[in-house]
Write a new protein. Sequence first.
Length: 299
Amino acid sequence: MKQSLSPKELAQVIGVSESSLKRWADGGRVRVTRTMGGHRRITIQDAVRFARDSRLPIVRPELLGINTVGKLSVQQQGVRPEEAARILGELLTDGKPDEARGLLLDLFLKGKSVAWLCDQPIREAMRTVGEIWAHDSKGIYIEHAAIDVCLHALNQIRLLLAAPDRHDAVADDTAGPRATALGGAPSGDPYLLGSLMCSCVVAEAGFADVNLGPNLPLDSLVEAAEQYRPKLVWLSCSHHDATPPPGELDALADSLAALRAKLVVGGRAHPHGHGGSENLRVCESMAELGAFAEGLISG
């Protein structure tokens, strides 16, 4: 993947004139840096953010170093969730990883949020793939391969995410460090996908994210919070037998409250606290996590 673009290259990516792009850059609509020789450069992350925020089509993604070979051609906001999930499920089941990754990247570049991708096509497609186990032994390796495809797509999307502009940001980047969010999955929970989803969602909200991955003891999570001093800590619970009981979740939330970090828990294992800690938030979807994260950033 390329690291940066010239105004001419970005103009080609989104199908506008170079003069228009330079005018937007000079007017502050596009964040640019300058080389030693004074030439404008735009990072890939800022280029993608500008296109998505401005709802401009990315007509030549290959110039970004991105391969979107998905088979779904839609208007920017016109795709139906059930259609995206159906096509993604078919691509994953048929063993077409490049097209499946391309579809997810294409939807992201067309303006769909990470939370939408996680809650809609990925969630529903993985549910379809998981049902293959009931009648076909091939379902085991199909599901494992499908998870790998989604992990690769989300990791690539994560590299394309740029922190949203804030009202206090200045051109010379003296606005200070971004707030941090960190998290993982509890001990005995081996699943990678849920925590990576959380990491991407909070990154899109504007956090500097630290994904500690699966099988993480709660004591280690607190130790990490002591080091990183996050504003938000997530716990992704995908395995019912590994989900901490309500009392442990409330105790964890209270420990994090002393560090001024909010605890958010969620996942398909449906974790719940017993209500003893006001510092615990249970989210039923990635969209809910994203909204909560955005509220913390702006608050």
